[in-house]
Design a protein. Structure first.
Length: 202
């Protein structure tokens, strides 16, 4: 099915809220999902994997040059948000990053050119644009290095369409997440709903 980017933004935000995540986190999720879609990568299926994983964590030691969390894999959303909060320009190594595709949109917002390197993978971020092959991104990176680069390559802006293609079953799964945000009906709410518009003065 084809949906607008606004629809994708609303759905991904609602799904994140339905997964029990904060409004701030949900905003970051929707930003990353829409950014990836606008740049030619459908991350909607990966989003489901992200929302279903409750064993990913924020980096513990963001003042150091090696980011990790001894409890498990790094959350790409919280890691990406930390990169922006600190306006990172120094070299950083992230260990055990889950779904690194969601880290890419945050790296792209950094003001300086950044190279991304991992085993059999490399990407380049310059002026908000990325040179990256998303199909090479694995489910998880054991080690991912970000470093400022002097590369002055000119990256072309991707042509952005007005809508994006999402598989029907994936959209339905995201919709199921959003249902969790709805308050369950109570006897009082059912009675109020059933009696709406009625008056005792007939």
């Amino acid at each position: 099915m084809k949906v607008s980017f606004n629809e994708l933004k609303s759905m991904s935000k609602g799904a994140a809220r339905g997964a029990g995540l904060s409004w701030g986190y949900a905003e970051e999720v929707s930003f990353a999902t829409v950014w990836l879609s606008k740049n030619g990568f459908d991350a909607s299926k990966d989003l489901i994997s992200l929302l279903e994983n409750d064993m990913i964590y924020a980096p513990e030691n963001i003042d150091d040059n090696i980011w990790a969390n001894k409890s498990g894999d790094l959350d790409p959303i919280r890691s990406g948000a930390a990169l922006l909060d600190l306006n990172i320009s120094r070299s950083i190594t992230l260990e055990n990053v889950f779904l690194p595709c969601f880290l890419i949109p945050f790296v792209a917002q950094l003001p300086k050119p950044i190279s991304i390197e991992a085993n059999n993978f490399s990407a380049l971020s310059i002026n908000g644009m990325m040179k990256v092959n998303y199909e090479d991104l694995p489910l998880r990176f054991k080690v991912l290095k970000l470093s400022e680069t002097s590369d002055k390559a000119s990256l072309a802006q991707n042509q952005i369409s007005k809508r994006c293609e999402i598989a029907d079953d994936v959209w339905n799964q995201l919709e199921e997440f959003t249902y969790r945000t709805y308050a369950p009906a109570t006897e009082e709410s059912r009675e109020l709903g059933a009696g709406a518009g009625l008056s005792d003065n007939d």
